[in-house]
Design a protein around this ligand. Structure first.
Ligand code: FE
Length: 232
């Protein structure tokens, strides 16, 4: 089986939110699709170990916020790589209560919907939730983020033909540097590539990991520089 074939499946990036006993929680999901048009239903796959899943199975209601293409990695990290068991993910986030009473994340959302659970199927580590859509709203006309974009561009695995990549490589060549080591975040798997740097957070392309300021944190999960190790 060639795993790479599975990477050809396309997805989006969404925040699924729910609430239980007054405690809101949400997480990043990518496996979302509309099942039927009449009535409008939607399916989503969730890991059973996640707190959001635990809440959802009790509350039976959820919201989905569809994220726009330029959503910052730190924002995705807040919902994707932190657990609601240790932090309130909604702190400092713009959200509203939907008509179902579920929280809806508004930051970087181009559309949102609310649904109630009408079916579920356990599949190994995950559970597929089918929801009947009760509300749906368009919030902006921005482009949605796709999973491929998130991985290939935002995560720093820039394709070699990306303009920024070439520019940075030339710069490194001019400086007479040989190869510069990549570092991986032990928390979330983000790879710091010195050729690309982290320009969104003030680290210019061509900056060696050793020269990245100690105040810099992982752009995805917020882990400190000490949580990184060299990619062998
Ligand atoms: Fe990280």
């Amino acid at each position: 089986m060639n795993q790479e074939a599975l990477h050809k499946i396309t997805y989006g990036i969404y925040i699924l939110s729910t609430e239980f006993e007054g405690k809101p929680n949400g997480q990043i999901v990518n496996s979302v699709f509309q099942v039927t048009a009449e009535p409008a239903t939607i399916a989503v796959s969730l890991n059973k170990q996640n707190l959001t899943c635990e809440y959802l199975l009790k509350t039976k209601k959820f919201s989905l916020s569809m994220l726009e293409k330029n959503t910052p990695m730190t924002f995705i990290g807040q919902f994707g790589f932190k657990s609601g068991r240790t932090s309130n993910k909604f702190e400092g986030i713009s959200s509203k209560k939907g008509t179902t009473g579920m929280p809806i994340v508004l930051d970087h959302a181009l559309a949102c919907l609310e649904a109630e659970v009408i079916g579920q199927l356990e599949v190994g580590t995950n559970i597929i939730i089918v929801g009947k859509i009760l509300e749906a709203e368009v919030l902006s006309q921005l482009e949605p983020m796709t999973y491929v974009y998130y991985h290939d561009v935002k995560k720093g695995f820039s394709p070699k033909n990306a303009p920024t990549y070439i520019k940075a490589e030339e710069m490194v060549a001019k400086k007479g540097e040989k190869t510069m080591d990549k570092y991986v975040c032990k928390v979330c798997g983000y790879i710091y590539d010195p050729v690309v740097g982290d320009p969104d957070n003030g680290v210019a392309a061509g900056t060696k990991f050793e020269d990245v300021p100690n105040t810099w944190v992982c752009p995805i999960c917020g882990a400190g520089k000490d949580q990184f190790e060299e990619v062998k």
